[in-house]
Design a protein around this ligand. Structure first.
Ligand SMILES: Cc1cc2nc3c(=O)[nH]c(=O)nc-3n(C[C@H](O)[C@H](O)[C@H](O)COP(=O)(O)OP(=O)(O)OC[C@H]3O[C@@H](n4cnc5c(N)ncnc54)[C@H](O)[C@@H]3O)c2cc1C
Length: 359
């Protein structure tokens, strides 16, 4: 009888879509000895390339259910994967901590209540005299900003992460096809993926990691619905010698806006809560409305870069969608706001499903 490892080495897994979710599945499955093919016609133009890379895991306040379990697992797995990936990029790291702030007394009260109830040594309320709070309030010329610090959460630079995964994929000689898959079908216990040029790729398993387009390939076998939701970010440049944005924490969130100081006079701001597919008209106003009375340096700041990505949000069920649709057909999509955070937990789940199927 053949060993499991031998079975795995013989099994061919096709991953459709090479964003963070496709690439991470390729990493996990390749490390287990599977033969993997990644297929994507536009892997540099996807949502993953637009992400800010914040890992909001432990900071999540609803500490029960599937979403919490996935976040918790990912936050535990990330440091192990970063350690492993450092062989390919020794600068890759998780920048910690993550700071969550608010200008609302009511929201702050809730944060305090959460911290008191949870009693987690990795989460603390920031005291008024903490250097973080002092510097943030000084920069935004207010006294109203308050919040908490999470020592376990942080940020991975997504560009660096995606580049490192590409290096790994090249090093492991994982097959990569720059093609679009237009049809999948099952024949004689094998899966066939058809490209736009009518080429057919045969595999034992298909994993659909192609975000919104996943439903186009499985229309007749599932009732999964996905909505496109834009995520937008800007880089602003500040023209005020008095301001040093590097005095601020490396990453923080004020009332739903993620903020990452990039240099002494540059700041990245992204929104977590957007609900339509269309770009906002007055993006600067929308992304800087986290404070009522903006300091002059922020009013006068100018946009130096602007970008967005279309995220897939499940319609009628919680995010993300990770399902075994048929024997050998797995779907991983609908990651909405948290694809970077949840990639390790997703690939762990997929590996378990495939091991069970092929054993
Ligand atoms: C501005 C912004 C900020 C964000 N910030 C964060 C953050 O701080 N933290 C976080 O965790 N998440 C963040 N996100 C969300 C995160 O980017 C997404 O959840 C994640 O990128 C989803 O990854 P994915 O691999 O599912 O999809 P994608 O990255 O969109 O990849 C899907 C791929 O499938 C390919 N594809 C489509 N159809 C086919 C086909 N028929 N055949 C082959 N390939 C196909 C596409 O070309 C694409 O490359 C942010 C998103 C945006 C837009």
């Amino acid at each position: 009888m053949k060993s499991l490892k031998e079975n795995f080495q013989k099994a061919h897994i096709v991953i459709i879509g090479s964003g963070i979710i496709g690439k991470f599945n390729a990493l996990e499955l390749s490390e287990l000895g599977f033969c993997v093919t990644l297929i994507d016609p536009a892997q540099h133009k996807n949502c993953s390339n637009a992400a800010l890379g914040l890992l909001m895991g432990n900071i999540y306040q609803k500490r029960r259910g599937r979403s919490w379990a996935l976040r918790k697992q990912s936050i535990e797995l990330w440091p192990q994967w970063i350690n492993f990936l450092r062989k390919f990029n020794d600068e890759l790291n998780i920048e910690k901590p993550l700071i969550q702030l608010t200008t609302s007394e009511e929201k702050f009260k809730k944060l305090k209540q959460f911290i008191n109830e949870i009693n987690d040594p990795d989460l603390k309320i920031l005291e008024e005299n903490s250097i973080f709070i002092k510097n943030i309030n000084k920069a935004f010329q207010t006294r109203k900003i308050k919040g908490m610090i999470s020592f376990k959460d942080g940020r991975i630079n997504p560009t660096s992460l995606l580049e490192t995964l590409d290096k790994y994929i090249k090093h492991k000689k994982i097959n990569f096809l720059e093609e679009e898959i237009i049809k999948i079908r099952k024949s004689n216990n094998q899966w066939i993926s058809t490209t736009t040029n009518n080429a057919e790729i045969i595999s034992n398993v298909i994993i659909l990691c192609n975000s919104l387009k996943a439903v186009d390939l499985i229309d007749s076998i599932s009732a999964i619905k996905l909505k496109p939701v834009i995520g937008q970010a800007i880089e602003v440049s500040v023209n005020d010698a008095e301001v040093d944005l590097l005095s601020l924490p490396k990453q923080f969130n004020i009332d739903g806006k993620n903020i990452i100081p990039k240099s002494k006079n540059k700041l990245i701001i992204g929104s977590t809560d957007e609900y339509s597919a269309k770009p906002e008209k007055n993006i600067f106003e929308k992304l800087t409305n986290f404070i009522d009375n903006k300091p002059t340096w922020l009013i006068k700041a100018s946009i130096t870069k602007q970008w967005s990505g279309i995220r897939s949000r499940p319609d009628g069920e919680p995010s993300p969608i990770m399902k075994n649709l048929q024997n050998g057909l797995i779907i991983c999509t609908g990651f909405y706001k948290n694809g970077i955070l949840l990639a390790p937990a997703c690939s762990k789940w997929v590996a378990k499903e495939i091991k069970t199927y092929l054993s």
